[in-house]
Ligand binder design. Structure first.
Ligand code: AHM
Ligand code: MG
Length: 278
């Protein structure tokens, strides 16, 4: 696992450099979920593939930007599922974006997720690494990642990050979100889940939601490399997750590598309030 974490540190520095200077244009291709790929999506994916090529403990790579899983080492016991550049459509407006990694042992199923890591490319380069509990690291002037602190969610937060096309929300979801604002929650939503979930985690709590909508009845966010890694981190930080009905996002049955799900991540108060409103 240490080898995988060190590899992700190298990847983060390389992607961060590309973000500063590389071409912001689009390619002529769409990825498996139909998003037009930016040159930066492809570049980031290539950096990750190249760096993992030398890591013998990794058997398969599953990427948002690759249709199929890529076999790299037959005898490796880990599967690394990743979103190379989450929020990439926001690079042109110079917002913080990120990379997300889920590390599964032997088989791609929720209970086999053994570590989750994400990188945030903002004014500073940060990484959250979670094997047992989430830990924040930041790149220093000498080019090494320094441990900053352990991350914990409070019982109740103040932030409400709410995604999905609002005209496609259910009345039930609309009422729930309004209820939080009526309690005094503040809206925080950039449109890059890494940054939005990072903000809630570092500020101690709140709710991030991407519900089912009439135009996306199974939600937008992808289970294996977006949803489960963050569910792992939020639950281990003392928070809760749900698909809107389940007791945890880990109850999901993962059948396809690009499968999506409605998802809610938060501190205990907000998720319990949602489940009690059912
Ligand atoms: P991406 O991986 O193609 O960047 O898409 C995922 C992003 C998430 O970061 C974010 O939460 C969501 O899409 C935003 O979608 P919307 O604009 O519909 O709220
Ligand atoms: Mg993404």
């Amino acid at each position: 696992m240490q080898e995988i974490i060190k590899t992700i540190e190298k990847i983060a520095v390389k992607i961060s450099d590309e973000l500063k200077y590389a071409d912001l244009g689009y390619t002529d291709h769409a990825n498996a979920t139909g998003d037009t790929q930016l040159k930066l999506d492809v570049k980031s994916d290539n950096i990750i593939t190249k760096e993992f090529d030398g890591v013998s403990s990794v058997r398969l790579l599953i990427s948002e930007e690759k249709e199929e899983a890529l076999k790299i080492h037959d005898s490796g016991k880990y599967i690394v599922a990743y979103d190379p550049l989450d929020g990439s459509s926001l690079v042109d407006v110079n917002f913080a974006v990120g990379s997300i990694f889920g590390i599964y042992e032997n088989e791609l199923k929720p209970s086999n997720l053994v570590a989750a890591i994400y990188c945030v490319y903002g004014p500073r380069l940060e990484m959250v690494v979670c094997t047992e509990t989430p830990k924040l690291y930041r790149l220093d002037r000498e080019g090494s990642f320094k441990f900053i602190k352990d991350l914990n969610l409070k019982e109740k937060g103040k932030l409400n990050a709410t995604g999905g096309t609002q005209k496609g929300w259910s009345d039930e979801h609309r009422a729930f979100i309004k209820g939080l604002f009526d309690e005094g929650y503040r809206l925080r939503y950039s449109g890059a889940m890494v940054s939005d979930l990072h903000q809630i985690l570092l500020k101690g709590g709140g709710l991030f939601s991407y519900p089912a909508t009439s135009d996306a009845p199974h939600g937008k966010l992808r289970v294996s490399f977006e949803v489960l890694p963050f569910a792992f981190i939020y639950e281990r930080a003392g928070g809760l997750t749900t698909d809107g009905n389940s007791k945890s996002l880990f109850e999901i049955k993962l059948e396809k590598i690009h499968q999506t799900t409605p998802c809610f991540f938060g501190s205990k108060y907000e998720i319990n309030k949602l489940l009690e409103s059912k």
